[in-house]
Design a protein around this ligand. Sequence first.
Ligand code: PRP
Length: 179
Amino acid sequence: MSEEKKLTPKLLIPEVQLQKRVAELAREIATDYQGREVVAVCVLKGSFIFFSDLIRQMDLPITCEFLGVSSYGNKMVSSGEVKVTLDINEPLEGKHVLIVEDIVDTGLTLFYIMSALKARKPASLKSCALLLKPECLKTEMDVDYIGFKIGSEFVVGYGVDFAGKFRELPYIGYLEQGH
Ligand code: PRP
């Protein structure tokens, strides 16, 4: 098979299904946080599209913060080392913080972020991930809001990349392994 063909993502979750689930998650979160103000944390870069769609449908007072972390670089396998590329400068003490992730794979990134933000003494700290790969988790991880549980395929699209590419796809696709 040519390299180009292998790098064409196959459809995993169509756009319509994604949008429906994001709307459901937004309603669920808004119900749970009623009467409270939320600090929504967009974990860059992968979450930027999911985050934008989610917060626009959450009927709540929110402020947005952006946290840059990276552990994959150009690889398909996590390096296991989480690098902070952009930190949150606003104090989180006493705030209701919701971390928004595109994908939880090994769970190492979310574990790192949860520990780092917990140390800033928020009033509450929860997490929301569009995608979760239960078979790939390397750490005990409770994600409060999950869009879809998927298998171990390498996914791209809707913000998620492979070597910086495919983030712009409106659907979730997967790449065949072995390149
Ligand atoms: C991806 C994704 C999550 C993390 C999940 O980020 O956006 O943050 O990996 O993987 P894990 O559960 O195995 O830790 P990546 O390091 O690729 O950076 P990016 O978001 O900038 O693409």
